[in-house]
Design a binder for this molecule. Structure first.
Ligand code: CO
Ligand code: CO
Length: 322
C-alpha cells in the first residue's frame, strides 16, 4: 500500500482465509508466501514496466533483476520465471524483443533459476517483466513484520535511480553515470539476501517504486516500530544528488512525498535529501533489519552495503529522519 496506490480496488474482495497463505496482502510484503509443508513454502511475485533505458538487452536484465528482487526480499531462492510481454509488432523489429528476452534470460540463469514460459500481447508500447516463483523455509523467511527495536538498518544498494532515469530520458546524464545506473539496477540482490539469513536477520524489504522511505514505512507499520534513518549515511548513485540539485524530479517522488509527509518526522532534513529519500527506485537494494551484534558481519559480506539507521520503539511517526 502506498502513494497513488491501487490497492483500494482490492478492498471489496473477500479476505483469503486459507491457513497455508503465510504472507498475503496485509503486511505490504514483497511477495506472497504459500506453505507446502512445515519447512517449504512457495514465494510468488510479478512485476513489469515500460523500458527505462534504451538498450533492450540492459532493459531485459533490469526487468529480471527487479522481478527476482521480491523473492530475495523474502529470503527465498528463485526457481522458475515466466516472461510477460507487451510489444508493438508494427513499430519495432522482433530483434528488439529478442534482445530483451536474452537480457532477462541471462539474469534468470545467473540467479540459478529457469525461464519456463511466458505470454505476449501486441501492445502500443513495449512492456516487459516476469512472474517469478521461488522457495523459502518459512521458519527463517524475511518479512516486513519482524523488525525489532535495537536492530540496525542496512541498505545494500545506493538510491537515486528515479532521478537518474529521468535525467537519462532528457539526455541530461553523462555516460559514466549512465553506466553505473544500469549496473546497479541490473545487479541481483542475491548476496544481500543470503547474507541476511546467515546473520539471523528476519526482516527485509526491497526498495522500489515507493522509495527508500515508502518501503521503510511499510516495515515500520508491519512491525509496529519506528525506523530512524540517518540521511547523511544513505548512499546515492553518482550523479543523483547533482540531478536533484539541477531540479530534476519525478511524478512518483511527488506521490511518495504526499503519502509520506504525515508519517515522517523530517527534523532538519535538507530539501535535496528529502527528494532523494522519496525517489522511486527500480531494482533497488534490500533494506535489512540486522541484529546489532551481527551488523559488522553483514556489512563485510555484502559489497556496497551501508548502515543507515536503526529500529526503535514506536514513536508518534513511523519514520524519523536525522
Ligand atoms: Co518489493
Ligand atoms: Co514488486
Amino acid at each position: 500500500m502506498g502513494p497513488g496506490d491501487l490497492t483500494s480496488a482490492l478492498a471489496a474482495l473477500p479476505r483469503p482465509t486459507d491457513p497455508r497463505l503465510l504472507v498475503g496482502l496485509d503486511t505490504f510484503d514483497d511477495a506472497g508466501v504459500f506453505a507446502v509443508s512445515d519447512d517449504l513454502a512457495l514465494v510468488q511475485t510479478v512485476d513489469f514496466f515500460a523500458p527505462i533505458v534504451d538498450d533492450p538487452y540492459a532493459f531485459g536484465q533490469i526487468a529480471a533483476a527487479n522481478a527476482l528482487s521480491d523473492v530475495y526480499a523474502m529470503g527465498g531462492e528463485p526457481l522458475t520465471a515466466l516472461n510477460i510481454v507487451g510489444f508493438p509488432t508494427d513499430k519495432l523489429p522482433m530483434a528488439v524483443l529478442a534482445e530483451i528476452l536474452r537480457g532477462a534470460d541471462d539474469k534468470i540463469r545467473e540467479a540459478g533459476a529457469v525461464v519456463v514460459g511466458g505470454h505476449s500481447v501486441i501492445d502500443d508500447e513495449v512492456k516487459f517483466g516476469l512472474a517469478v516463483t521461488g522457495r523459502v523455509d518459512p521458519r527463517t523467511m524475511l518479512t516486513n513484520a519482524a523488525a525489532k527495536p535495537g536492530d540496525r538498518l542496512v541498505l545494500t544498494k545506493p538510491i537515486g535511480t528515479g532521478v537518474l532515469a529521468t535525467a537519462l530520458k532528457r539526455a541530461d546524464l553523462d555516460k559514466q553515470d549512465e553506466r553505473r545506473l544500469v549496473e546497479s539496477m541490473a545487479s541481483l540482490n542475491r548476496v544481500a539476501s543470503v547474507a541476511a539469513r546467515s546473520v539471523g536477520a528476519r526482516c527485509a524489504t526491497d526498495i522500489t517504486g515507493f522509495g527508500l522511505l515508502g518501503h521503510a514505512s511499510h516495515v515500520a507499520r508491519a512491525s509496529g516500530v519506528t525506523l530512524v534513518i540517518r540521511a547523511a549515511a544513505v548512499p546515492t548513485l553518482p550523479g543523483a544528488r547533482a540531478a536533484v540539485e539541477r531540479g530534476i524530479r519525478t511524478g512518483g517522488a511527488e506521490r511518495n512525498r504526499h503519502y509520506l509527509d504525515p508519517l515522517v518526522d523530517w527534523g532538519a532534513t535538507t530539501p535535496a535529501n528529502r527528494a532523494l529519500l522519496v525517489d522511486p527506485q527500480t531494482s533497488g537494494g534490500l533494506l535489512v533489519a540486522v541484529p546489532a551484534p551481527r551488523v559488522a558481519d553483514y556489512l563485510a559480506a555484502v559489497p556496497g552495503a551501508a548502515e543507515i539507521g536503526e529500529v526503535v520503539a514506536p514513536e508518534a511517526r513511523d519514520l524519523r529522519v536525522v
